[in-house]
Design a protein around this ligand. Structure first.
Ligand code: PDD
Length: 260
């Protein structure tokens, strides 16, 4: 009734969950933020997820996991103690798993969401209103801004390239700490690509050589147009290509990993 819960979306490649510990750590962080005790330990979550993967035949899939406050006999805004949280997990196809690098178009919209965007709350009305606004205008995603600065997409994190340097907004309460975002930062470090986590102003975004969005369900998707502005001559840039290739390498490593 209150959308009082937390969720995770975990990509699975070759039957192995990608960055599972990071997803479980974020789940734990978010549950702590809303004072909801996790019904399972990290090891128990892992076992449940492995069973779900197995029951769905392994391969590539996306796992949705949510924990909500639980059932109480009266409608009350106060947290209730001693009720059992409700847990839901499901698996669905991960269409992006075998896809080549796929570009998209975005529109800029004011970030009208709340100020706790670091919490992966199931209350997504703010995000879905903006995403649908973008869709109605013919765009794949909305890139959001507050006070002239870029925060993130409605379902993704944002990166830009300017003069060979990658920039992404710093992690704070205005953005979700994306697991894919962390992987990209890691890849930049190992590939020797300079990356800085700092504020990106709207003007910098629109003047960027390359822009991409990232998420567990989209991986890396270059943005080649933002409203009427064409980014990087409307073509996927070299750094996007390099990072995408490295990301595929990370995925392939899971092929060799035996699910523990
Ligand atoms: N969303 N920011 C927002 C607002 C998101 O909803 C997401 C992901 C991300 C990227 O996080 P990650 O890399 O951990 O997926 C950033 C998921 C996929 C969803 O809601 O379906």
């Amino acid at each position: 009734m209150f959308a009082d819960g937390i969720y995770e979306v975990i990509p699975v490649y070759h039957g192995n969950p990608f960055r599972l510990n990071d997803h479980l750590n974020r789940l734990q962080y978010c549950l702590e933020q809303i004072k909801l005790t996790s019904p399972y330990s990290s090891e128990q979550w892992q076992t449940i997820i492995e069973q779900l993967i197995e029951r769905n035949g392994g391969g590539h899939m996306s796992i949705y996991l949510q924990v909500t406050r639980g059932v109480h006999d009266e409608r009350d805004h106060l947290y209730k103690e001693n009720i059992t949280p409700t847990v839901l997990l499901m698996a669905s196809p991960l269409t992006v798993a075998e896809q080549p690098l796929t570009s998209c178009k975005a529109t800029l919209l004011a970030d009208t969401r709340w100020q706790h965007c670091d919490i992966k709350s199931i209350a997504l009305l703010g995000n879905i209103m903006l995403r649908n606004q973008a869709q109605a205008k013919g765009y794949d995603e909305a890139i959001l801004h507050r006070d002239g600065k870029i925060t993130e997409g409605t379902t993704s994190n944002v990166f830009i390239v300017n003069g060979g340097i990658v920039y992404t907004p710093p992690q704070n309460n205005y953005i979700l700490g994306g697991i894919t975002r962390d992987v990209i930062i890691e890849i930049c470090h190992t590939a020797g690509v300079e990356i800085q986590q700092q504020c990106i102003h709207i003007e910098q975004l629109l003047a960027a050589d390359e822009v991409w969005i990232s998420s567990s369900s989209r991986e890396i998707s270059p943005v080649i147009q933002i409203d009427d502005k064409i980014i990087g001559h409307g073509k996927v840039g070299p750094i996007s290509k390099t990072l995408f290739a490295e990301f595929q390498h990370f995925k392939r490593q899971l092929l060799a990993t035996k699910s523990k």
